[in-house]
Design a binder for this molecule. Sequence first.
Ligand SMILES: Nc1ncnc2c1ncn2[C@@H]1O[C@H](COP(=O)(O)OP(=O)(O)OP(=O)(O)O)[C@@H](O)[C@H]1O
Length: 889
Amino acid sequence: MPAPRPSQSAEAARAAALQAEFNEKRWVWVPDEREGYLAGWVNQEDNETGEIVMSAGGEIRRVPLYALSKMNPPKFDRVDDIADLTFLNEASVVHNLRLRYGSGAIYTYSGLFLVAINPYQHLPLYTDAIIQQYRNKRRDENPPHIFAVAERAWVNMGEERENQSILITGESGAGKTESTKKVIQYLSAIATDTHLPTTSHSQSPSLSSTYASVPATGLPRSNSFRNRTTSIIASGSGSSLTAKGRLGLLERQIIQANPILEAFGNAQTQRNNNSSRFGKFIRISFAPDGSISGANIDWYLLEKSRVVVRSNAERNFHVFYQLMSGGGALKDALLLDTGVEDYEILNKSRREVDGVNDRDDWDALIAALDIVGFSPAEQFDLFRIVAAILHIGNIAITSTKADDAVMPDPSQAERVCHLLGIPVAEFTRAVLRPRVLAGREWVTQARTRQQALDELAALSKTLYEKSFGALVDRINRALDRPSSKSTFIGVLDIAGFEIFDINTYEQLLINFTNEKLQQFFNHHMFVLEQEEYTREGIEWDYVNFKLDLQPTIDLIENSGNPIGILSCLDEECIMPKATDLTFTEKVNTMWKGELRPGELAHPGRSKYSLPKFEQGFIIKHYAGYVEYRTDGWLEKNKDPLNDNLTRVLASSTEHYVSSLFEDHPVLSDIALASGTAGRKRGIKKGAFRTVAQRHREQLSLLMAQLQATQPHFVRCIVPNVNKKPGRVDVPLVLDQLRCNGVLEGIRIARLGYPNRLPFVEFRQRYEILTPGIIPRGYMDGRKACLRMVEALELDNEIFKVGTSKIFFKAGVLAELEERRDTLLFDVFSRLQAVARKFSARRQMKKILNRAIAIRVIQRNARVYGELKEWPWWQLYTKVGCKQLKQSLV
Ligand SMILES: Nc1ncnc2c1ncn2[C@@H]1O[C@H](COP(=O)(O)OP(=O)(O)OP(=O)(O)O)[C@@H](O)[C@H]1O
């Protein structure tokens, strides 16, 4: 909510005072290591350096002129849209965000983006009243808000019958998941479920009876998509629209899918107590009448390694702790007879989180599973895998003198096998002495202790990931009701660009994803700009946009010549004797080696460079240079699970377990594939698929879906690392603005004509600068503007006149504003002088009159003083007074 504002006149007076103060000096932003940027004014300057007086403290600094950024006049303070700033520089952007955040305005537009800064406190921004405030309103009718984005998506979908997407990115803890929830909250509140509970194919029998009595909504319907939802909101009459009882079953199921996903996919990290360790794209489908007709969830890059390793200050996925604290009798059935402290994968790191009650969350999880329609057997299957992983973590492995792995106590393995429905002997053999393919022969190979432990860790990770996938599939079966008539709004909640001290394979995948999303944004922005320019009949050279990220994308995924990094990695994964080093050398040769005579250099080469010391490479992403270290990449990409184990699990007596492994590729496929790898590029379809291949497939599906939608962009920002409300760490925020493409968006905007005004507005505001140029009476807006810009002597390069608007390069409006302010300052100074003269004269006249009056009074008093003792006067007053009295009687 916008901060409470002082009265309009006080505000105007304050603004005028600020403006007057601003006009006196040449204000600039000075880079500062600690604060990011500090305000100062130019005292003197020579060719290259400026002498700056710092606003706080008056310190004098000498700063190169190129490092200074112009400050926007104070009337641009707290603008709703950063794109409206006339000086579009980093300092001004961050200053505006900081000012707004300080007054409780956590949302700001930046052209096509909505920037959301994590408030780290509950703000009264998401109530039903606020939902109503945003219903059927244009973006500029309300302060920036995530609801405005959801509203726009909803309206566009209804009016244009086109699918919509809302892309939410940001770093961990920035508020992506919260924003996603707010979008779903808004959409659920403005739409209703037409599906009666009994028609839901996903429900368990017990659940249908629970909800059969709940009416779908009981709310009035009309034919109009837009009107109907208005009436729904209006009929809320103050009661909670989002309260459980008022939502249809499907809406509740969609909302309840969230606690389930959070239990299995979220964990406490150092940056966020409830961090999503996967990306997701949630599509909510709407029937033509605007009611929710279904939902579907796609997921990306689950951080499955967390199941077995994490830092001491972080936790495993929430579900482990929830099961341990709330499982009750279920724990007995899962053979979990001790506490968290007795399980190796839980007791090495943090166990509790402030403000998190695992017991309550367990109850919420079970309630959510019930609502979504998981039967008791299905629920048991989910926890069967969780428990099996806890037991696998406790399997002790020792080694013989010959360094062969042994399992001294088989009781843990027995528990695991009981839960997974597999024979203990086969399981133990698969872990300790698997049969492997040596050439064309199968031989039994004894494993070392470390190899066996790695095998168990790989098993835990695979089990968890596969079960997570099955969980999402099951939720989708409950929510997804495909219909050719429905349109959807998709919400993408995915980790933003990452630049760490050490960047590895996971960072490459996430940064590659972000590069593609940024390319998508650039393309969209480019198309929109182009549309607007074409509509306005403006010619412009788009080549200058410089927004093509394709060279970097090719560098990573190209399948042609030279092959991209991921394709090269895939090839190395099936090469015998390939190592991380051979892979790195191969990539280096391809992208940095000498060109063959006549060979054209791929543009991606300019995005690739070699690091000084480490084994790896540097990629120039749109967000900056990232150095990647390549150790362990082959293993990470193969993500292998020994095929002995896979076969054992695929033939499990427990249907759920066997179904998880029914189409799992086996290592022998890799081995067999390697035989042909030298001859044939690419890997046999349907057999072994690497992590890179799976991710690229998922990503291209996602991109195809996004391309078929009208996108909306939300960028979430972490304001400080201490999770404290009200504090903005400027360098941290700037880094994120750079990584999430906001600054890139601004850079592109600056290349075009970012400031635009309708003719009427331009004339109203700046006609004062061109007196007498426009004749009295009617004149066509375009012609008037043309005359005005001519009279203003503006360079042709810095403006374009369209058919209804006039466009300016960044900074031009500020100059016009300055000229207008100077003129108004002059006009008002003269007006003030006349007014002061007038009032001073009146004052003077008053003083003169008073002086005369005083002199008259004095004279009379003196005369009276002299007369009052004179007998004739006394007689006269007595007689005179008596006669007067008598005449009155
Ligand atoms: N709009 C908001 N209002 C109040 N608190 C918020 C808001 N957005 C974020 N937060 C706070 O910040 C925390 C982190 O937010 P969230 O989990 O959405 O981040 P995220 O970007 O999804 O992080 P991750 O990538 O780690 O999942 C939330 O648990 C909440 O405490």
